[in-house]
Design a protein around this ligand. Sequence first.
Ligand SMILES: *Cc1c(COP(=O)(O)O)cnc(C)c1O
Length: 444
Amino acid sequence: MLTGLARDGGLYVPAEIPQLSHADIAAMAGQSYEEIAYRVMRPYVGDTFTDEEFRGCIDRAYAGFGHAARAPLKQLDQGHFLLELFHGPTLAFKDFAMQLIGQLFQTALKRRGRKVTIVGATSGDTGSAAIEAFRGLDNVDVFILYPHGRVSEVQRRQMTTPVESNVHALALEGDFDDCQARLKDMFNDFEFRDEVGLAGVNSINWARVLAQVVYYFSSAVSLGAPQQKVSFTVPTGNFGDIFAGYIAKRMGLPIDKLVVATNQNDILHRCLSGQGYHKGDTIPSISPSMDIQVSSNFERALFDAYDRDGSAVAQLMDELKSGGFDVSQGAMQVLQDHYQSGRASEAETNAQISATLQASAELLCPHSAVGVKVAEERRDPAVPMITLATAHPAKFPAAVEDATGVHPPLPPRMSDLYDRSERLTRVPNDLAALEAHIRENRAS
Ligand SMILES: *Cc1c(COP(=O)(O)O)cnc(C)c1O
């Protein structure tokens, strides 16, 4: 958790996936979100935290959410449900993992008397969630790289308006893949990494994936799992959220289909359709948090598909640097056994926002609309489908208003966001300049 990325450039995965029995899962019925979170994650924690510390972290992480159920399930239609993951402080699902990670970092660092510099890259939502989770904490500086001009105004303001001096918003000249690439370069510069105590909280951090496994259990159980099978459709970019669903399935949750939903940047859909993984240009869309060519957690899916052969995956990641790779027939079979996929164009996303408002009186953010559109195409009437609603519509007001004529209001607890003053630094897409900026501006 504290390291994020492994020193050989690879990603951490658990050596073994803990199993929950039919009875363990059945016993989650009627429990609070926090209690289910404890039962799902406890087997991964070992002796890193005491039971009491771990329960305390979970309770504090979700106490600030604006909904008592934390992840409420709404019905859209016969057999189709929307899992609302946007009631946290920054109105996107990333709060589920980031709020918990903030608490876990603080507990672990205090005990060790250590300080760290967190650097993250964001297409908009990770950055605000990280800042919200770490603002004002003693042992942590947080620097967030976001693509200048390519995040929504609400996303930008959530990153640039916190007043705490340990928060640093950096607007990089480039796109999200550039932000992610510079971050990876920093982690591979071991001298810099050790000097500033670099720590990562991007979606490649295993603890974030783990925190997201919980709501697959809580939602499935509320629809009758483990007796009843359920399916999920997940608006996908970096593959962290959908991979958490795969982990839930591996732990024993009876999941029928796991559907990857992409926008017009459909590299994952093309890959899962057997066309190989080949990078193109990122085309800005109305669902910007999924505008991506390098889907970093997909590496974890490949690792399992290649039967946990690390050197085969390292070879693919090497090929990716020069444009892309083809997936072997055997690995493709494994991927297709676990994941289905679909894509929604800009026009289809826009039409879905409007159609869902008319049919179900529900205002979707554009990312969630991509999910609902793909779910409608893929769902089987005999198995309940849960589509993950990844952000609140007010986080993407322009796209929602364009589709429906309705301006989605911010929840009252953050309605002064547009009045607060902003603080940010423009930075070039250059490793040396970024490292110099971080060295000079961290407090610790
Ligand atoms: C991050 C994000 C996604 C994509 O999630 P991944 O875990 O990167 O696949 C989808 N929707 C929203 C609103 C997001 O912030």
